[in-house]
Design a protein around this ligand. Structure first.
Ligand code: HEM
Length: 494
């Protein structure tokens, strides 16, 4: 994990101190947002020294695009992902590039995120959303948007990944797996943060002792589920677990072992819920504050879904919510919920900035900064404007500069899943409810592995959709298309 860039120097925020480096002035609760603030005026690449750990951070779009060149660069594991590996092992997200299990799992699971599989997940997603709406229909107070979206996305991913219903909207207390998983995850993260501090080893041992029972509980529950399914004579490959248990690699015949399968499930749970719930929450935050945008969203959902607020979108209809998709894209531009990834060169190379980078060096691409680079997004880059993603406004935009789902072969395998789920939930929710926001609320963003609005509440009352704009005649997606319909409205440059 040494990342000394052979002693090359970079601009850094003022106030550096011997021993602690740039720690003073950083907000330990909001490290990403404080780095964003402190990066101002330092140019497209800068460094932060946290005790003896050097973080080289890229904030310029041109350099980020250079690092996206797969022929020269590849994914690196940042300290945060090395810490997550303790929890999620060699799952897809935290595997090293040369680990054979990465290629095996990637090949086995890729079909599970294509059109045919997405069609199977569609009713599961709808059913989970309906449980949330049943809960919201009787809410008498404004609802905590991020918290409820997080429950929803957790239910969706656990039901599609391993057919587990955690009963998030029916139980009074959360299923014990959820707090145990969160505690184990946070313990790993805390260890990752301490990593470069003097005495980190001792503190890590203490954290391990306090949290061992959480990790054991999580592992045991998943191992039991895997063992039960393996022992079953019913070859059910409708969910991700079934695919991993029953599908050999089409060329080599290799299979994942049970420990790796447990790590993959944990990976999907971690990578696949807060990222999407954050994206939904930011989209709702911006929509609820802007009457014009909200009216456009209502016009779209009423036109596609018609006057009955109980109607559910069909699989093919999801791709038609183009305005909602632009709202999500723009939210993920300003607040990419997985806000950074790390890149290393395959061989020693010189960056356009003049810095020499060796394979053991890595740079963090700080997406909220890259996505606001005025050379790409103009002087209004900090403003929320979904029309940036209209085809006519996207044309000519430099490629490789919008990366909310990462880049290259290690980019997000769950991207279509996330977009399908998010569009479907937004469409149903906007069709069903009038939103009332608290004008006193100022956006506050909490940081875990992901970014998420905190304390953001909306009042919800049942809505009567407009009956004048129904649009029954739009052509359906061609059935023979192999990709998810949501991908057919992808933006250029991804
Ligand atoms: C809005 C929602 C999401 C966002 C913004 C997002 C973002 C990302 C990013 C930036 C990466 C690359 C990380 C890196 O290079 O280190 C990634 C990878 C990954 N994501 Fe997502 N993600 C989302 C939803 C999902 C969902 C729903 C799933 C699962 C169903 C998922 C599963 C994964 C996995 C397994 C990887 C690792 C892929 C590999 O290295 O082979 N993500 N995601």
């Amino acid at each position: 994990m040494r990342n000394d860039w052979d002693g090359q120097s970079f601009p850094h925020p003022p106030g550096r101190r011997p021993l602690v480096g740039d720690v003073l002035g950083a907000d330990p609760r909001k490290p990403l947002q404080s780095s964003l603030e402190r990066s101002k005026g330092l140019g497209p690449i800068f460094e932060l020294k946290i005790f003896d750990q050097k973080f080289v951070v890229v904030t310029g779009a041109e350099l980020a695009a250079e690092l996206a060149d797969e022929s020269r660069f590849e994914k690196a594991l940042s300290p945060a992902l090395v810490a997550l590996r303790e929890f999620a092992g060699a799952g897809l997200f935290t595997a090293y590039n040369d680990e054979t299990d990465w290629a095996l799992a990637h090949d086995l699971l890729r079909p599970a995120f294509m059109r045919d599989s997405m069609q199977r997940y569609h009713p599961v997603m709808l059913a989970a959303a309906q449980e949330l709406f049943d809960h919201w229909d009787v809410a008498t107070e404004p609802v905590d948007v991020s918290a409820d979206m997080t429950k929803l996305t957790m239910e969706t991913i656990s039901r599609t990944a391993f057919s587990q219903d955690f009963g998030s909207f029916t139980r009074d207390e959360p299923h014990p797996f959820i707090p145990a998983m969160i505690a184990a995850l946070r313990a790993g993260q805390r260890k990752g943060t301490l990593n470069s501090m003097p005495g980190a080893g001792l503190m890590a041992k203490r954290i391990d002792r306090r949290n061992a029972h959480h990790q054991e509980y999580v592992d045991r529950l998943l191992d039991d589920i895997i063992a039960t399914r393996r022992a079953s004579t019913d070859v059910d490959d409708r969910d991700l677990l079934g695919i991993m248990l029953h599908t050999p690699h089409p060329e080599t015949g290799a299979r994942l072992d049970d420990v790796n399968i447990r790590h993959q499930i944990l990976t999907f749970l971690v990578a696949g819920h807060e990222t999407t719930s954050g994206a939904l929450s930011f989209a709702l935050y911006y929509l609820s504050r802007d009457a014009d945008l909200l009216a456009r969203a209502h016009e779209e959902v009423d036109r596609i879904l018609g006057p009955d607020r109980d109607v559910e979108p069909t699989f093919g209809q999801v791709a038609k919510f183009r305005f909602l998709r632009r709202v999500l894209d723009e939210g993920l531009r300003l607040w990419p919920t997985a806000p950074a990834y790390a890149r290393s060169p395959r061989e020693t190379t010189t960056l356009a900035s003049g810095h020499v980078m060796r394979p053991q060096d890595w740079a963090l691409v700080l997406l909220p900064a890259v996505h606001r680079d005025p050379s790409v997004w103009g002087e209004t880059a900090d403003e929320f404007d979904p029309d940036r993603f209209l085809p006519e406004n996207s044309r000519g935009r430099p490629t490789q500069t919008y990366k909310p789902f990462g880049t290259g072969e290690r980019s997000c395998i769950g991207r279509q899943f996330a977009l399908h789920e998010a569009i479907l939930v937004l469409a149903r929710m906007l069709h069903r409810y009038e939103l009332t926001y608290d004008p006193a609320y100022e956006l506050s963003i909490t940081e875990r592995l992901t970014l998420m609005p905190e304390g953001f509440r909306l009042g919800l009352t049942l809505r009567t959709p407009s009956s004048s704009a129904a649009d029954a005649d739009e052509p359906a997606q061609p059935a023979e298309s192999r990709t998810c319909p949501v991908s057919s409205i992808d933006q250029p440059g991804l």
